[in-house]
Design a protein around this ligand. Structure first.
Ligand code: MG
Length: 319
């Protein structure tokens, strides 16, 4: 132990050797007792000094090293909910849908549509019967059904699988007849053969004209009753907007997936992803017949009422 140079340390004074651990150095200190400065006193303060030095060294180390371990700044992260991840985990950025310029009006053909009839000619159409040029009547920008015997249905030269279709039709103001014999026509969403083979979306005057509901305008003929009847009266133009999902067949001809159709009739939803059970038939139970792609067909119905007209027909392939 070290030597204390002032043995006369009183009560309340700091005793010699306090805190000393071997007295490697001795320090002079003033002892203050009872409000008076008594005597300078050497105290062993080496441990105190040592601990203070260690503290300073450690603090300096922290100051120097802190930037080395600091995390780089990051953007604020949204909180996770229950450990389910971040919103970004479920964001899809590619591929981007192609840019399409819409028509000036929503009924006009968009930039990527195939225009099937624009009021000028029937270049996109042939006879369903023998594939010769279509013989319906084009006049004043309008296509009118020919009910001349032997003319029959017309269909597109092109074949389609899945598509979006727009067409407009008009029941003549002077239409006659009743039920199915009043402005009957139709658009076959896939023409799978001669005559009425295929899948018919019915066209009929359904403005105050009673008939079986699975055969009125907007029906998938004898399969799908329309969800509403937004028919306009004869003499006014009406529109169909259709999304057709073609059936898919297995190599043996069995159905892999059925056909589906969504139809807006004058802007009103009348078929909502309706599942077809086969081709539309006048008589009998519908069945599927294997095909890959098919033309779109317009019907020249045999009823004696005045013929209907079409305009503005376009299609967008969805394959
Ligand atoms: Mg029909």
């Amino acid at each position: 132990m070290g030597e204390c140079l002032n043995p006369n340390v009183g009560i309340g004074d700091i005793p010699c050797g306090v805190g000393g651990r071997g007295g490697k150095s001795r320090e002079r200190a003033w002892v203050y007792t009872e409000g008076k400065m008594r005597l300078p006193q050497l105290l062993i303060l080496s441990d105190v000094r040592l601990q203070w030095s260690r503290f300073l060294a450690l603090a300096a180390l922290v100051v120097v090293a802190a930037p080395l371990f600091a995390q780089p700044p990051t953007a604020p992260q949204p909180p996770t909910k229950g450990g389910r991840g971040k919103p970004e985990d479920t964001e899809v950025w590619t591929p981007e849908p192609k840019i399409v310029t819409p028509g000036a009006a929503n009924t006009a053909a968009p930039s990527d549509a195939i225009v099937l009839f624009d009021g000028k000619n029937l270049d996109e159409w042939v006879s369903n019967r023998d594939k010769t040029p279509a013989k319906w009547i084009v006049a004043d920008g309008v296509l009118t059904v020919s009910k001349v015997r032997g003319v029959g249905n017309i269909e597109t030269k092109r074949s389609f699988r899945n598509y979006q279709l727009h067409l407009e039709y008009k029941i003549p103001e002077n239409v006659t007849g009743a039920s199915q014999e009043r402005g009957n026509s139709g658009v076959f969403l896939a023409s799978t053969g001669p005559g009425d083979d295929g899948y018919e979306l019915q066209i009929l005057d359904s403005y105050n004209n009673k008939t079986y509901v699975n055969g009125q305008a907007g029906s998938i003929y004898k399969q799908g009753i329309p969800l509403a009847n937004p028919s306009r009266k004869p003499g006014e133009w009406q529109s169909y907007d259709v999304v057709w999902t073609a059936p898919v067949f297995n190599p043996d001809g069995s159905v892999k997936t059925p056909a589906y159709v969504t139809v807006f009739f004058n802007g009103v939803l009348v078929q909502n992803h309706f599942e077809l059970i086969g081709q539309t038939l006048y008589i009998g139970k519908p069945f599927y017949k294997k095909y890959d792609t098919a033309p779109i067909k317009l019907q020249a119905h045999g009823d004696p009422s005045p013929p209907i007209s079409f305009r503005n027909i376009w299609v967008r392939e969805l394959n």
